[in-house]
Design a protein around this ligand. Structure first.
Ligand SMILES: *[C@@H]1O[C@H](CO)[C@@H](O)[C@H](O)[C@H]1NC(C)=O
Ligand SMILES: *[C@@H]1O[C@H](CO)[C@@H](O)[C@H](O)[C@H]1NC(C)=O
Ligand SMILES: *[C@@H]1O[C@H](CO)[C@@H](O)[C@H](O)[C@H]1NC(C)=O
Ligand SMILES: *[C@@H]1O[C@H](CO)[C@@H](O)[C@H](O)[C@H]1NC(C)=O
Length: 240
């Protein structure tokens, strides 16, 4: 094998692991300072919350709630991507719970994202408010040939999807747009369902505005937050 093809292979594998659909976490954050000790009653509340979310979430793709009493209340939510079947949602949450326990064993708050789900908890009541603390970007390294038009199309599609998403009870929308020469652009937009439709719309519009920070001219991109996320690709990625 020539060094060029080895390079290309490595590059492809890299793209796959960084970018492709995968069962490994995309990202996580542990709350930096506030830890619990195994003798306070936060931990049992947290465990019960995890259990509740694990059962509550898969049928509808979203669950939220709290367990316990002041000052040991644990608040949490779980969200699966809008196109997922209950079984795939459950698989993702199972993964998420196990992984976050390993990564943030004593933190009172944490958040973890996968391609298929989001899982978040804290000892402060974050439910019903737009989360603008927890956020990250992902992009495909490949550049498009005509960034100006492509960026316009991306905005157009995602803005339409943001509007659709905030007008449906599920706060989720996916769709596609014709590019030139039978090429297509695929996108999706989703919010957690603890926030209102108008906050969903605001949350999505705000992150669409952040696309230039990561993704302009890139063949794929995502802005992923604790309350909403957007994604676009030139290949299909959701089940219609
Ligand atoms: C909380 O736990 C993390 C990981 O074990 C540790 O690095 C950090 O120093 C702890 N913070 C406090 C305030 O104890
Ligand atoms: C809980 O354990 C920590 C050390 O792990 C200790 O400092 C603290 O006093 C204990 N609290 C109670 C209420 O027993
Ligand atoms: C948990 O709440 C604290 C206090 O509001 C905040 O600083 C922290 O970022 C939150 N953690 C997560 C993972 O959202
Ligand atoms: C895409 O464009 C950027 C900036 O022009 C460049 O640094 C990068 O190497 C390009 N990526 C690929 C995969 O060609």
């Amino acid at each position: 094998m020539s060094s060029l093809s080895i390079y290309l292979l490595t590059f492809a594998l890299l793209l796959q692991t960084i970018y492709g659909e995968s069962l490994s976490p995309l990202k996580h954050f542990c709350s930096s300072s506030d830890n619990f000790t195994t003798n306070d009653s936060y931990e049992p509340n947290l465990r019960q919350l995890w259990g509740n979310l694990y059962f509550q979430t898969p049928p509808e793709g979203f669950g939220f709630g709290s367990v316990g009493q002041d000052p040991y209340i644990a608040y949490g939510l779980a969200l699966c991507r809008g196109d997922l079947e209950a079984a795939d949602c459950r698989t993702c949450l199972n993964e998420a719970t196990a992984e976050i326990r390993k990564r943030c064993p004593y933190n009172k708050g944490a958040i973890i994202w996968y391609d298929h789900c989001l899982f978040k908890y804290n000892n402060t009541d974050f439910l019903g408010k737009i989360d603008d603390q927890n956020k990250f970007y992902m992009w495909d390294e490949r550049n498009v040939s005509d960034p100006t038009i492509f960026n316009q199309k991306t905005r157009e599609l995602l803005s339409l999807l943001a509007k659709d998403a905030s007008a449906t009870p599920k706060l989720y929308a996916a769709g596609e747009l014709e590019l030139e020469k039978s090429k297509k652009l695929y996108g999706m937009a989703q919010c957690t369902r603890d926030i209102s439709a108008s906050d969903c719309s605001k949350c999505l519009d705000d992150i669409i505005g952040e696309l230039p920070l990561c993704c302009d001219g890139k063949e794929g991109g995502r802005v992923v937050g604790g309350s909403c996320n957007i994604r676009y690709e030139i290949d299909p990625f959701v089940t219609a």
